[in-house]
Write a protein that binds this ligand. Structure first.
Ligand SMILES: Cc1ncc(C[n+]2csc(CCOP(=O)(O)OP(=O)(O)O)c2C)c(N)n1
Ligand SMILES: [Mg+2]
Length: 674
């Protein structure tokens, strides 16, 4: 859109007369604090002190200060890659921010996060974010958390015009509107997503009109007028606090500089456009307002100098602060694991795997009201596999929520909710659909604690069924555990029987880390076992020895544990005594139990349903080779699925999934008994 068009789109503010002079002065000061922070950061970047990259919000300061002035201390903001201004406006400590840009241990993330990942949880700042659009979902989750916890908190989710074309935009607005969540979606429309103009990126370039699609108010305002922003956000906040749901605000603005401090791109913006926007500088706008209140130049200069002094002090402190040592790394990856309870005996009550999962969720929801369940069809019908039957009737529709088919926002919202006081459980209807949740799990849940130097907790469980065996074909039958076992920051649990399913799920819910909890469809149907009624949490990171034996170690996961036990019976008839290890936790792995067994048997077979190459078995095989090579009498064998997607045809499916006879065969091979 032309500049003239943009100017027509911005609404007049006319709100300054209502404000006390002191409030205007604060807005002016905060804009200068942001500007000086950004200008000095850019200089320090050029001189090589600040590394990597950073994205300056010079030119956009009015949006940050106007929006945050409409919020209370306990309200939340979720930011994006251009996030320094939001942090400062919401009250973050510029000293800790600058220290983070310097990579110092005194920074918000102790030097592990950097500019793109600054958060100030104590000020309700849930984080800048390096993933375009992610904050929309996280902000929706913070609002969900406020709603369920019954507070009056609201959340402002800042995002750019470029982010409005991510799928998460649609999913977030729909979910927030549907559930009437207290969130304000605030688009900073600076006309470009990196080099691409809004007009070339969006079929309908006016972002605010999209609000109509979700039945919520949408407004386009002058984002360079802090008072217009404040007035608009105040109205949206009032609406959100009244329980009337979200609003979409599109604040028209322009970034003065290039996309990031690192980029040195060919010109993509017309010079005349840049000049025109420079004349509409937000700080200049506010100086004019203050001028009408008889602020002379000396008083305006004094405010700027105050900001300068603060930022110079922040730089001076960062310069002398210590660098982090590698000691900070590992504690920042995952929080201490949930303590296990004293393990009860199994008792004589026999229940199925599904019932065990349901009972764990029921008991944990009973003992902790911050536990909530989100997922497709989990409420009214109790889930496609009935894992949550009755939970909505017992705990209500607030805590057990049927979600739209919007995996991306469900998972991102769960991250936001976990950051702000809930313990969400997310059911993935089939694990194959977790592809739609990958950003939330891998980039957000697994990274936020680390990027905050170990200061954040993300108590979140993502659970659902994987695996084949019931003729659902290639997109509903995969075994995907290694994707998650590969990611530091996640806990990955894979129970093979009802007793473990209940105790490990309780532990997962109590744990302060994001847990990927993998169930198996065949176990839903076939696995029954003794499970005590009393609640209990099993230890995370501890393997179980399912059968003791001296001739060969078989490491098997999930449905392959029962298949391996059958194989062991077959092997026993041939005089081969197999030891079966069920890791139960895939990350963090109990390598010691596996290694101790191999050092005893001198032989190892690894069995899992997923594809063999690059699979979980490859990791176990490498571990045994690295740590127990001298004990091995044969190469480690892997039993898994051939390199094809799961076929629909029942005979072919049966043929591909490892079974007892293939496992027994592999064991005989490593024992040289064929
Ligand atoms: C998912 C994702 N895609 C692409 C990028 C690379 N990237 C970072 S910022 C950016 C432009 C975003 O534009 P906009 O949302 O309008 O924000 P602005 O930079 O204009 O403030 C791009 C493409 C990214 N970080 N994340
Ligand atoms: Mg933009």
């Amino acid at each position: 859109m032309s500049l003239a068009g943009r100017e027509q789109a911005v609404s007049a503010a006319g709100a300054s007369s209502m404000l006390e002079t002191a409030q205007l002065e604060t807005l002016f000061l905060d804009m200068w604090r942001i500007r000086r922070f950004e200008e000095r950061a850019a200089e320090l970047f050029k001189s090589g002190v600040i590394k990597g990259t950073a994205h300056s919000c010079v030119g956009q300061e009015a949006i940050a200060v106007g929006a945050c002035a409409a919020l209370d201390d306990e309200d939340f903001v979720v930011s994006h890659h251009r996030g320094h201004g939001h942090c400062i406006a919401k009250g973050a400590d510029t000293g800790k921010m600058m220290a983070e840009l310097f990579g110092r241990v005194t920074g918000y993330g102790h030097g592990l996060g950097g500019s793109m990942h600054i958060a100030a949880l104590d000020r309700g700042v849930l984080g800048a974010n390096g993933i375009v659009g992610a904050g929309l979902g996280i902000g929706t989750g913070a609002a969900l958390s406020a709603r369920i916890r019954g507070t009056r908190q609201v959340c402002v989710a800042f995002f750019g015009d470029g982010a409005a074309n991510e799928g998460i935009f649609h999913e977030s607005l729909n979910l927030a509107a549907l559930w009437k969540l207290p969130v304000i979606f605030l688009c900073e429309n600076n006309g470009y997503g990196l080099s691409l103009s809004v007009e070339r990126a969006s079929a309908v370039p006016r972002i605010a009109v999209r609000a109509a699609a979700y039945g919520i108010p949408g407004e386009t305002i002058d984002g360079n007028d802090a008072l217009a922003v404040k007035a608009s956000v105040e109205a949206a906040v009032a609406r959100a606090r009244a329980g009337d749901g979200p609003s979409l605000i599109e604040a028209m603005t322009y970034r003065s500089g290039d996309h990031s401090m690192r980029t040195n791109l060919p010109r993509y913006r017309p010079e005349a456009e840049e000049d025109a926007w420079r004349r509409r500088d937000p700080i200049g706008n506010m100086a004019a307002v203050l001028g009408h209140r008889q602020f002379g130049q000396a008083r305006l200069d004094a405010i700027r100098e105050r900001a300068e002094t603060e930022i110079e002090q922040a730089i001076a402190a960062a310069e002398v602060a210590a660098e982090p040592s590698s000691d900070v790394l590992f504690p920042a990856v995952i929080a201490p694991l949930a303590p296990a309870s004293v393990e009860p005996g199994p008792g004589d009550r026999q229940i199925g795997y599904v019932e065990a999962i349901r009972e764990a969720m029921h008991q944990e929801m009973e003992r902790d009201e911050s536990v909530v369940l989100l997922g497709e069809d989990v409420g009214g019908i109790g889930g496609l596999f009935q894992c949550s039957t009755g939970l909505q009737q017992t705990f209500g529709t607030e805590r057990v929520r049927d979600t739209p088919i919007s995996e991306n926002v469900i998972a991102n919202a769960a991250v936001g909710a976990a950051l702000t006081g809930l313990r969400p459980i997310v059911e993935v209807q089939f694990f194959d659909f977790i592809t739609h949740m990958m950003d939330a799990i891998v980039n957000q849940a697994a990274k936020l604690r680390f990027m905050l130097g170990g200061e954040a907790r993300i108590p979140l469980v993502i659970r659902g069924p994987q695996g084949g065996g019931i003729r659902l074909g290639a997109q509903h039958s995969q075994s995907l555990e290694t994707w998650f076992a590969h990611i530091p920051g996640l806990v990955v649990l894979a129970p093979s029987n009802p007793y473990d399913a209940k105790g490990l799920l309780a532990a997962a819910i109590r744990d302060d880390n994001p847990v990927v909890f993998i169930e198996h469809k065949l176990l839903y149907q076939q696995s029954k076992g003794a499970v005590p009624v009393t609640p209990y949490a099993l230890p995370i990171g501890k393997a179980a020895i399912r059968r003791s034996g001296g001739d060969v170690t078989i490491v098997a996961t999930m449905a392959m544990v029962d298949a391996s036990l059958s194989a062991a019976r077959e092997l026993a008839r041939d005089g081969i005594d197999a030891e079966i290890i069920d890791p139960r936790t895939l990350r963090p792995l109990d390598g010691e139990t596996i290694l101790a067994s191999v050092r005893k048997t001198n032989r190892c077979v690894v069995v899992h349903e997923g594809w063999t190459t690059y699979g979980f078995g490859a990791e176990i095989s490498a571990l045994v080779m690295e740590k127990a090579f001298d004990w091995l009498d044969a190469p480690v064998a892997r039993v898994g699925m051939a390199e094809v997607p799961m076929p629909y045809h029942s005979g072919l499916e049966r043929e591909l999934i490892p079974n007892a006879s293939r496992i027994a065969q592999a064991a005989r091979d490593v024992c040289y008994r064929n």
